[in-house]
Design a protein around this ligand. Sequence first.
Ligand SMILES: [Zn+2]
Ligand SMILES: [Zn+2]
Length: 265
Amino acid sequence: METEEKDIVTVDEIREAVAAIKAERPAYTELLDFFEKLFLAQEGAKGRVQLEPIQISEELLLIKRKESLPLINRGDFAIDIKASETLIREICRLAMVTNELLAEASNKLAEALDRGMLEVALFSKILSEDETDLEKAAQELKIDKKILAFFVYSSIRPSLCLCAEQLATYLDNDGPWKRGYCPICGSPPALSILRDDGERSLVCSFCGHEWHAQRIFCPFCENKDYKTLHYFFSEEEKGYRVDVCDACKKYLKTVDTTGMKHPIY
Ligand SMILES: [Zn+2]
Ligand SMILES: [Zn+2]
């Protein structure tokens, strides 16, 4: 799909886009600074990640395509543990100067890393939807579970994205993907994007893969009845809206990039 188009995010583009939001919403400066540095660190980490390509046999691929199944499960992603460990230390350094909550957690985490108390296995264990290991680690390190998950997930994200890019070569891209989940890993979308050309794409909440989707369609229950699909937006921020489905009551954030110079999502 439009992977090539999507993946060309340069460091300058990230900086420019963040500067544009800071100008519009100065109240978010502190967190934006953190996320800008985090994105840049993740982009930088991609250059260090080394992964063996995931192979899918022709036979299996035929079944996946016929049944519209995702290519892999979350647990099947390949993770570069060494690159993730380097990145989590970098994220700790960035978080230490952001706000009290993040500083406290990152101090504890950095200390645990120095003492070898954070099992590196957690990097791959977080792939599974079973949170037992994460809960155990959070208790041992006395760090909020959500914050710990955020740090660990952020540090494996470059591996996930690179894996998803490699796997995307297996997708057949004849028209929009008809299912609501990510064609690579089966996770739900985190975001919907509308483009100038009237096309809609969805972005995976887990691997970051972006796929071409039907325009009138709820990805959570696959409802296609326009009468039960609505959206809300605020007058000040017309480019950002929330799509709501009456059938399943779920909602999805949408960015309409039409006419936006620096769409942010
Ligand atoms: Zn995915
Ligand atoms: Zn729905």
